[in-house]
Design a protein around this ligand. Structure first.
Ligand code: ADP
Ligand code: MG
Length: 259
């Protein structure tokens, strides 16, 4: 049979078998193979690699959509010189994702605008790029989500237990009532040693007690969160206000010197 007809038949076969990327690159890969006298095995290898890469990329896209990240940022976009309290080596260690593999937590603490959410998103992006699942919620969304709907909260919690990495952003802006505190405790307990949490908070651990109706539940939650964890305390200026501050529009939020 004529080579062009065979190629067409192979392409149709690949499409039918849902090997779309292989079908797309068949023609150029065939041409190159005959020009460079590539071995049969290398030829097949090239086609398979193309398919696998395309599938992985599609998979990353799907997992990125499912993660519901508020924006897409990586640590390459992070200006370490602006925020010297963020240790580049410590972030590099986190970006290896050993903490995800070992089901450990990361807690990012600090005032508004210092890059807590940025770092949390960047860790989620890296998690997804390495083939794992991630899911992003704010504390407010988490509580609203668990209290809505006809299903019991325990059933709705499944979505929050499944991902390898769960980001809980903005813990500390809203005080939790007893019900919400119980759900949060339940979530943290059920993920404990099973899946990582990256949490951001504007409150130091000392102030966590004020967020919960009882000190006992605050310490039970912290106990589980902190057992296998890394805490990053970010001190410094808000990046959001940096340009305004430079222009002298905003005062520094530091206490005035006594003298
Ligand atoms: P936080 O969650 O601590 O309140 P964000 O992470 O939301 O602060 O940061 C506020 C904005 O400033 C975001 O757009 C973030 O990408 C940016 N940002 C913060 N810190 C830095 C930094 N050091 N380098 C680059 N961008 C930063
Ligand atoms: Mg934030």
């Amino acid at each position: 049979m004529q080579p062009a007809l065979v190629e067409e038949r192979v392409r149709l076969g690949l499409e039918r078998l849902r090997l779309g990327r292989m079908a797309e690159v068949l023609s150029p890969v065939c041409e190159e193979a005959s020009r460079e006298s590539v071995s049969y095995l290398d030829f097949l290898d090239q086609l398979l690699q193309a398919e696998q890469t395309a599938r992985f990329e599609r998979n990353v896209e799907v997992r990125t959509r499912l993660a519901r990240l508020p924006y897409h940022k990586t640590m390459a976009d992070f200006d370490y010189s602006f925020q010297p309290s963020v240790d580049k080596k410590q972030i590099a260690e986190l970006l290896t994702l050993r903490f995800v593999e070992q089901r450990e937590n990361v807690l990012l603490l600090g005032p508004p605008g210092v890059g807590k959410s940025h770092i949390a998103v960047a860790l989620a992006v890296e998690t997804i790029a390495k083939g794992y699942s991630a899911y992003f919620v704010t504390m407010q969304y988490l509580i609203d989500y668990l209290s809505e709907g006809s299903e019991p909260a325990v059933a709705r919690m499944r979505v929050l237990l499944r991902p390898k990495l769960l980001v809980i952003d903005e813990v500390g802006y809203l005080p939790l009532d007893r019900q919400a505190a119980n759900w949060f405790f339940e979530l943290v307990s059920r993920r404990y040693e099973k899946g990582s949490i990256v949490l951001t908070s504007n409150k130091s651990y000392g102030d966590w007690a004020t967020l919960f109706p009882e000190v006992a539940i605050a310490s039970a939650i912290l106990d589980r969160l902190l057992h296998h964890s890394t805490t990053i305390n970010i001190r410094g200026d808000s990046y959001r206000l940096k340009d305004k501050r430079r222009a002298g529009l905003v005062q520094r939020l530091e206490p005035a010197p006594d003298s």
